[in-house]
Design a protein around this ligand. Structure first.
Ligand code: UT7
Length: 350
């Protein structure tokens, strides 16, 4: 058995900066409200018709390969995490494979939203440890701006999210005690609808109560996934019970971090750098306080990029490395919580 390590990382954020004041032109909100409740000052939006979740992921992937000192052709498996794919199907895994020009390489899509990168890292870790693959490409990429409600109705969700991509190359390492030490994955589908993009889908209103959810009552073939009612009533956008998500997040983040520390015989004092999923600055600050970590041991960048879901951890981790905040031998902790609900953590000896 090998250990696995992150051998290289890369990220890409679109050029277009969208400030809080820019959003005020479309909905009733304010720079003050957004900053106070979320910490976000601005986010990036991808160029429609030019960029996609896949193309952003491909740029991050190429940068990660370069950083790891491998050729794109050396990639022997792809894992792609996103909740905003180019197509309903096939997934972005095969699309990024085509974009990178490496036909034949296996491509797995995972749908674990904000926890997508940690779920993907855990899968990559198992494949590499078992000796099955030597260069796993893990991508997290999101094009949120194409699917948000820009009216006041959608403001609690829309102001939070931004676009971007991050990628990592996971390789085996023979260095004792180095690399990915442990990963912990959790989910509780009881809360699936608390943060969800429900339509179009084949649920037929089953879990929601048909009334008001846009499904026609007639039991006939076809035309069920998307109805005029859904479009007219804004039921084709993500919806979120923000306070419920917040409440769970501040409990589950510390819990799953402690689980990883305990599994490896560490304590919170041993953490050199915590990179939490960038959901809300207030959530990160709450977690930091609960774990009694000083500012220099937590990396946040939600102020610049908003919440980029599956891309948020790889973008933040890559940025922290580039800023010299992660050094060889450091104990790095990654943690996420989000839609599903899903949550997870990883501990890495850098
Ligand atoms: O990626 C992981 C998943 N997501 C999260 O982790 C998000 C977790 N939740 C949150 O970050 C917060 O719940 C939000 C930032 C989404 C909302 O903040 P909040 O402090 O929980 O606000 P709220 O939902 O309780 O709403 C308070 C008020 C409401 O007005 P009333 O009913 O008190 O009059 C909302 O309509 O704030 C209003 N509001 C807004 N006002 C201005 C909601 N969104 C906005 C907005 N601008 N963008």
């Amino acid at each position: 058995m090998f250990n696995s390590k992150i051998a290289g990382m890369g990220y890409y954020v679109p050029e277009r900066v969208v400030t809080n004041n820019d959003l005020c032109e479309y909905m009733e909100t304010s720079d003050e409200w957004i900053q106070e409740r979320t910490g976000i000052k601005e986010r990036r939006y991808a160029k429609k018709h030019e960029e996609t979740t896949t193309t952003m992921g491909a740029i991050a992937a190429k940068r990660a390969c370069e950083n790891a000192g491998i050729a794109v052709e050396d990639i022997d498996f792809i894992i792609f995490a996103t909740l905003s794919p180019d197509y309903y199907f096939p997934g972005c895994g095969v699309l990024v494979q085509r974009e990178l020009g490496i036909p034949g390489v296996g491509a797995l899509d995972i749908r674990n939203q904000c926890s997508g990168f940690i779920y993907g890292l855990s899968i990559a870790d198992q494949f590499v440890k078992s000796g099955m693959y030597k260069n796993v490409l893990l991508v997290g990429s999101e094009f949120h701006s194409s699917g948000l409600d820009y009216s006041t109705r959608g403001r609690n969700v829309t102001v939070i999210f931004g676009d971007g991509a991050g990628a990592a190359i996971i390789q085996p390492t023979k260095e004792e005690g180095k690399g990915i030490l442990t990963t912990h994955l959790h989910a509780d589908g009881t809360y699936a609808e608390q943060l969800a993009y429900i339509n179009p889908g084949c649920h037929g209103g089953k879990f929601l109560g048909k009334k008001g959810f846009g499904y026609p009552d007639e039991d006939k073939f076809g035309g069920m996934f998307l109805t005029e009612h859904m479009v007219e009533n804004g039921l084709t956008y993500p919806n979120m019970n923000g306070p419920a998500v917040f409440k769970f997040a501040v409990t589950k983040f510390p819990e799953v971090i402690k689980e990883a520390l305990e599994a490896t015989g560490h304590t919170t004092e041993d953490i050199d750098m915590l990179v939490p999923h960038q959901a809300n600055l207030r959530i990160s600050q709450f977690v930091q306080k609960k774990l009694r970590l000083p500012d220099e041991k937590v990396h946040n960048n939600i102020q610049k990029y908003g919440n980029t879901t599956a891309a948020s951890i790889p973008i933040a981790l890559c940025e922290a490395i580039e800023e010299g905040k992660v050094k060889e031998g450091d104990l790095v902790c990654l943690a996420a919580f989000g839609s599903g609900f899903t949550w997870g953590s990883a501990l890495i000896r850098w």
